[in-house]
Write a protein that binds this ligand. Structure first.
Ligand code: SF4
Ligand code: SF4
Length: 141
């Protein structure tokens, strides 16, 4: 059974930045003082709303819903047009933009207040959930 979607923050550099903290309506992300602290997530408070994904200027936050033995869902910020269509089969890529498998687009949404950043959710084999962090269209020509 698929677990609930929870934020995954991949922001290891000590930079002066905290929109993730201020965007979270549940207080699940803490940067605190000094503002160069790396953000910390209290996953028990995360609702998976996705607001922090579109607030992060570094596109460094994702949502992952694991499903051991089945299909996980990975959500990432996306700023390219045209947007992928629901149900489309796409290349699932890792942090370096390298293809690691195939995914299926299961959600395309824009949280309230997001400005130009969309959230794409891919269904991927669960064993790819820790690697997939983006997508690329499959060129069939
Ligand atoms: S997904 Fe929503 S609840 Fe979870 S950390 Fe981000 S803003 Fe907070
Ligand atoms: S908003 Fe993004 S880049 Fe800034 S501290 Fe939070 S996770 Fe890091």
């Amino acid at each position: 059974m698929r677990q609930r979607a929870v934020a995954v923050i991949e922001c290891p550099q000590e930079i002066p930045c905290n929109p993730c903290e201020t965007a979270c309506p549940r207080g699940a992300i803490r940067v605190g003082e000094p503002i160069t602290n790396c953000p910390e997530l209290d996953a028990t408070l995360c609702s998976g709303c996705g607001l922090c994904l579109t607030a992060c200027p570094g596109l460094a936050i994702f949502l992952v819903a694991r499903n051991p033995g089945g299909e996980a869902e990975v959500t990432f910020p996306y700023e390219f047009l045209p947007l992928p269509e629901l149900g489309a089969e796409v290349e699932a890529v890792n942090r370096k933009g390298q293809r690691v498998g195939t995914g299926r687009v299961v959600a395309v949404r824009q949280p309230k207040g997001a400005d130009g950043t969309w959230l794409i959710t891919l269904a991927v084999p669960d064993d790819l959930a820790a690697d997939v962090r983006g997508m690329r269209r499959i060129n069939r020509e």
